[in-house]
Structure formats: structure tokens, C-alpha cells
Design a binder for this molecule. Sequence first.
Ligand code: ADP
Length: 452
Amino acid sequence: MRSLRTHHIIQNLLIVLICGLIIPISIVQMLDWKFKQFATEKFNENRATICEYFTNLYKKQQNWNAVTKIATKPDFYRWPIMSVELYDNNNRLIKKYERRHRHPNFSSEKIITTIDKLTLAKSEIGSLHFVCLPFSASPEGLFLKKFKMLLLHTVTPLLFLSALLAVFIAYKISKPIIAVTERAKTITKGNYAKKEEMKSNITEIQQLIDSVDTLGERLDKQEKLRQRMMGDITHELRNPVTIIKSHLEAIEDGIWEATPERIHLTVNEVDRLSNLIQDVERLMTIEGMDNAMTFERINFSALTQNSVSSFLPLAQSKGITLASNVKKGIFCDIDAPKMRQAINNLLTNAIRYTDSGGTIAVSLILNTYNNTVTLTISDTGIGIEEKDLPNIFERFYRTDKSRTRASGGMGIGLAVVKAIVDAHKGKIKAISSLGKGTTFIVTLPQEITNNA
Ligand code: ADP
């Protein structure tokens, strides 16, 4: 296992080495080979011309006598030839044509001698010894040498610079990944809070950072929710349990007589307790239920109308007028049982917080311009104070006014409604005026798509 940074550095340095070393070396090798080939071809051509020249001389006189009078020809010293030696067929030196000035790169160890036999009418008449300098001393060889030096002087600093750049790039690329890994590690240790803002200009890395941030935020939210929920539940449980305990102790100690009224009072508190447990259960199943929802295209108008109808007897018994104005035939993608529960909660509240003689109006309309539906439930009840309005959808939140009411719930109903509406990708808001009434407006998209 290697760290990401080391891995990147090794990888980048390898690339630099391949590009900066192997490529120039191969180019030099290629040039070397090509130049040598070219030089050898030229030398072979020259040798052939000189051999032909001497053979023709011999042909005229059938001996080498004339040769001694022949001055050197420029051909004899064309590179890489240093001297040309003519031997007869008994291997006796007849003449040696030698360069007057030694070549600057001349050195006897480097000398290469090439021997060509001279033949006339298939019989050997002598031989020519070409004493030559090696390729490295040739103009091509010297040019190549200079070229190699130049390349070395240019490539070395460039290679060094590229290596530095490669290390820098490796650091830069791995930095956000290392940071995001560290963040993921702290998340696994239970530290969800974001310590510093991480940014990257690489799309995928930024997506990774965002995902880990979102994960941390979600876990943080869940953790806070869990802690608050535990606090809320224990707080809500304490009250009825204390009352029940004090009632029972008073009866046990003989301070109180177990009259039917006192037993009824205690049973009421037990009921409160069991309602609370039910509410908590309901809330737990509904929160974070986005995946547990089953959406179906159903007649929302009919569902709303049915809910209203089922509340008519209760409203009547409280002397409240329950009126509905539901546009027929509105179809929506909804989870029918959950949506029914949301409407029921809103209607329960409306009846709970409206006094006799009041009115509750339910309406459902279709907004064709943006394919949404709006469900409105308004009452002429006690209303909600402005300071309470932002909190009513929080769990266990109850206004002071509702607390004084015997019929008050546990402050869970609206949290459940909000969770259901959220799962339907909808919105809910409350408008209220204290003493005049409250209106709940629920807006839902008609169609639920995955990215709605
Ligand atoms: P509860 O179970 O206490 O009714 P909810 O979550 O349903 O809890 O509501 C939270 C609080 O919002 C209530 O305690 C109440 O004070 C206020 N509320 C909700 N609906 C209405 C309404 N229609 N009229 C007045 N107040 C309301």
C-alpha cells in the first residue's frame, strides 16, 4: 500500500523520465544510425571509384610502373581516408598516398584499415589499403557529438524543471483528496462538523468533497435530531409519569381516597402517555421515509372529499361548520394512506383549535401553469401567535395557548404533516392571525419524478 501522494509522484516522475530521457535518447540513436549509414555508403562509393581508377591504370600498361608518377588525387583523401596504400599481388608496397596534415582527431588506436583486392580479368593484380578515421571523428560524427552535448545541456535543466512540476502537480492533485479522506475519517469518528471549506477545480474531486460534506451534514443533522428527540420524549414522558406516580402514592399512603374521579384522572394521564408513545411511533416511521413512500396516480379530489366527509360528524358535534370546495377530477402522484393522514391531522387541529360556532373551509385547486395542486384548510379558530408560527412544524412544539387547552395534542401532528408533504416534494405554510383563525396551504407537484 502506497499513499496517494507517493503514487502520484512516482507516476508523474515516470512520465517525465519517459518523455525527457527515453525520447531524446531514441532520437539520438536514430540519428546516429542514419548518419553512420549515410557515411558508410559515401565511403564505399569513394573506395569503388579509387579501386576502378587504379585498375584502369594497370590495364593500360599491365604493370604498376606508371603509378609512382601519379600525384595524389583529392578523392584519395575524401573523408574518412587518411592514407591510401597500393600493394602489388606479392604484397609489396608500391606507393603510399598520405595526407600532409594530420586530421585533428587522428590517433593511431582509432585507425581502421579497409583492404580492397584489385582484380583484372579475374586475376588479382594487387590491393588497396584504406587507412581511415572512425565515424566519431567524421564531420557527421562530430556534429552528432555537438548535438548530443547541446541536447544534454537543454534536456537536463528541463528534466529537472519537469520533475519539480510533476511533484508539484502530484501534491496539488492529492491535496484535496487527502483532505477529503481526513474529513471522512473524522466523520467515522463521530465528528460531523465541517472544520474548513475545501475547494478543488477538478469536477470529480469537487463532487467527492460535496458528497462527503453532505454526508457529514446529514449525519450531524440526524445526530442532533436523535438527541433532541430523546430529550423531547423524556421531557414529555416525565409529566404524565410524575402525575400518575404522585396520584398512586397519595392513594397508597392513604392521603387520597381512590374515588372514581381520581382514578379517572390517573387513567387520563395513562391515556396521554399511550397517545404520546403512539405519536412517537408514528413520527419515527414517517421521518426519513422518502424511500418508504409508494406513489400512485390517484384521484386526489376524491381522497380530500372523503377525508372531509369523515370529519363532518365530529365538526357537527362541536357546533363547527365544515365546508368544502374541492375541484373534481384532480389526479396526483401520492401515497394515499400517508396523504390521508396528513389531511386528517390538519382537520383534527382545525377542529381542536376552533370553538363552537366557527367555520372550517377546505379547498382543492389545480394550478395548470405549473402542474401543482393546492390544498387549503382554513379555520376561524384561536389562531397562532406570530412568534410561534416558524416553530409549529417542529416536533413536540405547542403554543402556550394550546397547552392551556384540555384538548391539546402532543405537538407531533404538524411535524408528521410536514414530513409527509416533504416526502411528496411539496411545500406547506401556515398563515395565521391570533384570535381570527389559521390557514394551512399545502402545494404538491402533480407528478413525482426522480429529480422533482
Ligand atoms: P398538537 O398535537 O399540539 O396539536 P401539532 O403539531 O399538530 O401539535 O401542532 C403544533 C401546535 O400548533 C399546536 O400545539 C397548536 O398550538 C398550533 N396549531 C396547530 N394547528 C392549529 C390551528 N388550526 N389553529 C391554531 N393553532 C394551531
